[in-house]
Design a protein around this ligand. Structure first.
Ligand code: SF4
Ligand code: FES
Length: 239
């Protein structure tokens, strides 16, 4: 089938503002959008800037806004976003982060928020025996949050960050805090509280559920945020 990719371009060294450029190409309905973008780079315009690595939905580097919705280009089939011959597919960079070039954004703040929640096991107590044992039930409490690939699709889709509070730490940071807060081996609540229990921590979330809808790993992002809010409230009551 023939498709038209309508891609947002921006090169800060020569463009005053972003603009759309159209590329017409042949693609199979079962091709991935990433294949079509790489065909543009290889055959039509090698200056197109985009990030990708694994091409299998694992590294999280090719999240972009496709027909208005955050998705991974490598997990998006042409037939899912174009339904007839020569239909246009709009491709834009993620929102809420400055564009570096074309489809590449500066993820600096996104990763700052991730690091701020201390996404690692905190426990100064000596392990009982060789390792810290937990039951399958204890393990299942944080299973969902282990699936995050840090693609930033949720961060880009968040209406709170977009329209009200760009300082909100955002959904992915809370998911990665939840990964450890709900781990029976972790003792890091006190150390994470200054970031999570802050006015820009978990509390600005208004349950829009955009993050949950766009997450390519099907993480229940909003649920993780609400469970974290409840955990903080319970912790504060006990202090
Ligand atoms: S929670 Fe989902 S959408 Fe957000 S960064 Fe992780 S994998 Fe991506
Ligand atoms: S290229 Fe790695 S997730 Fe798409």
């Amino acid at each position: 089938m023939k498709i038209t990719l309508k891609i947002q371009r921006f090169n800060k060294e020569k463009d005053e503002k972003p603009y759309f450029q159209e590329f017409e190409l042949e693609a199979e309905p079962t091709d991935r959008l990433l294949d079509a973008l790489m065909s543009v780079v290889t055959n039509l315009d090698g200056s197109l800037g985009l990030r990708k690595s694994c091409a299998h939905g694992i590294c999280g580097s090719d999240a972009m806004v496709i027909n208005g919705i955050e998705r991974l280009a490598c997990k998006t089939l042409i037939k899912d976003v174009a339904d007839d011959n020569n239909s246009a597919i709009t491709v834009e960079p993620l929102r809420c982060m400055p564009v570096q070039k074309d489809l590449m954004v500066d993820q600096g703040r996104f990763f700052e928020t991730y690091r701020a929640v201390k996404p690692f096991l905190i426990n100064e107590e000596p392990a009982d025996g060789k390792e810290r044992i937990q039951t399958p039930e204890e393990r299942s409490r944080f299973d969902d949050a282990t699936k995050c690939i840090l693609c930033a699709a949720c961060y880009s889709s968040c209406p709170v960050i977009q329209e009200k509070n760009p300082a909100f730490i955002g959904p992915a940071a809370v998911v990665n805090a939840a990964r450890f807060l709900f781990d029976s081996r972790d003792r890091g609540m006190e150390e994470r509280l200054p970031v999570l229990n802050d006015e820009n921590g978990v509390w600005p979330c208004e349950n829009h559920f955009n993050c949950t809808r766009v997450c390519p790993r099907d993480i229940k992002v909003t649920k993780n945020i609400n469970l974290t809010k409840r955990e903080i409230k319970n912790y504060n009551v006990q202090q």
